[in-house]
Design a binder for this molecule. Structure first.
Ligand code: SF4
Length: 367
């Protein structure tokens, strides 16, 4: 059994017909349940549920505090390389884009690590494009050896790996994986990933499960919002998270909600996700999966991020750059996409305090 079986169950589901029939009573029943099933979750993603966001928000706030306390975990991304052999239409690193390609040497990784750790951050997310030639697994393992001196938690957002390769990186010091399916709709997926190994939908879809089987401590999934209708995509994301959470009890499952941002290339997203709908997704997810971490990155505006503290978000990036060596190198390269919240780690830390929450830099350390 793979999550694909679950996806197939709903692939041709009549979402519109379902949403059209939802009544006020259905929404209130789902909100008031102690444990929501997948149909309740879908009910809370409906048009009708938009009239009940305030009630959902109150329950979401209580559940978040009950399961996580009044804290926001902070991390920052570190781009190791932008070489990529895939042609993902929505990404600035896509193989057909004429950008300066770069990969950090070990001394450069160390410089980035020093600067980032001086800001107080202890959780780093390292990223590469997909190029086994330029950034093979052993290169990533060598970077981890350097980063371990500065950070207590190292998570990866790289190309999907086999289970034994995830094990190798766990042995090297990795404790978390972030991997987005980008778009769960299999037909749209094929149209957006024109060439390269990423065209293999199933291999990517099963990557979070392979990481769980390799005993990864935390696995974070998501869809890039804007590539298909958000009501369907967030439903498939929640189902995926719930599938993994119920099957792999020792792995902490998290969900990110990245909305597509401007980047180099012509691609324009067809399915714009409004702020109020992003809020609806957060609330519906929290009510469906009360103990799942939810991440909101610096893709989002400062004001929106500030307002969402307390509503269901548990993790935020801070002081981000999407350029290779973006924290230290003088010679700048193109970023993967534009950052919206450009504030420093200190500024974000202060806002979190102002909201009555505690910024957390370190919540885990390998023995
Ligand atoms: S999304 Fe990832 S795999 Fe696709 S082009 Fe960008 S870096 Fe490469």
């Amino acid at each position: 059994m793979s999550y694909y079986d679950k996806y197939i169950k709903y692939k041709d589901f009549d979402f519109k017909g379902f949403f059209d029939k939802i009544t006020d009573e259905d929404v209130l029943n789902s909100i008031n349940k102690e444990r929501l099933n997948e149909i309740d979750f879908l009910t809370l993603l409906s048009h009708k549920a938009e009239n009940y966001l305030e009630i959902m928000a109150r329950k979401s706030m209580n559940l978040t505090i009950q399961h996580f306390g009044k804290v926001i975990f902070l991390y920052t991304p570190l781009y190791l390389a932008n070489y990529c052999i895939n042609q993902c239409l929505y990404c600035g690193f896509n193989v057909t884009n004429k950008i300066t390609r770069k990969k950090l040497e070990m001394d450069e990784v160390e410089k980035e690590a020093k600067i980032i750790s001086d800001s107080g951050l202890r959780h780093i997310l390292i990223l590469t494009g997909e190029s086994r030639e330029h950034t093979p697994v052993d290169y990533i393992a060598r970077c981890i050896q350097v980063l371990k001196k500065y950070f207590t938690s190292i998570t990866i957002e790289i190309y999907p790996l086999d289970e034994h390769e995830y094990k190798e990186l766990i042995m090297a010091g990795v404790d978390g994986l972030t991997i987005y399916q980008e778009v769960y709709n299999e037909d749209i997926y094929k149209n957006l990933h024109l060439s390269g190994p990423k065209r293999n939908y199933r291999y990517r879809l099963d990557a979070p499960e392979r990481a769980c089987q390799a005993s990864m401590r935390s696995v974070n999934i998501g869809a890039l919002l804007g590539l298909d209708h958000w009501r369907r995509e967030s439903f498939f994301t929640g189902l995926h998270g719930n599938y993994l959470q119920n099957k792999y009890l020792d792995t902490e499952i998290g969900i990110s909600l990245p909305r597509i941002r401007p980047h180099k290339g012509e691609f324009q997203p067809e399915f714009y996700v409004e702020d109020k709908h992003l809020v609806q997704i957060i609330l519906a997810l929290r009510l469906y999966m009360p103990r799942t971490g939810i991440t909101l990155s610096t893709r989002e505006r400062a004001e929106l991020r500030d307002n969402l503290i307390g509503l269901g978000i548990t993790k935020m990036s801070a002081g981000s750059s999407t350029e290779v060596g973006g924290h230290t190198l003088d010679e700048k390269s193109e970023g993967q996409f534009d950052i919206s919240d450009q504030r420093s780690v200190d500024e974000i830390k202060n806002i979190i305090y102002k909201k009555g929450f505690q910024p957390v830099f370190k919540d885990w350390q390998a023995i």
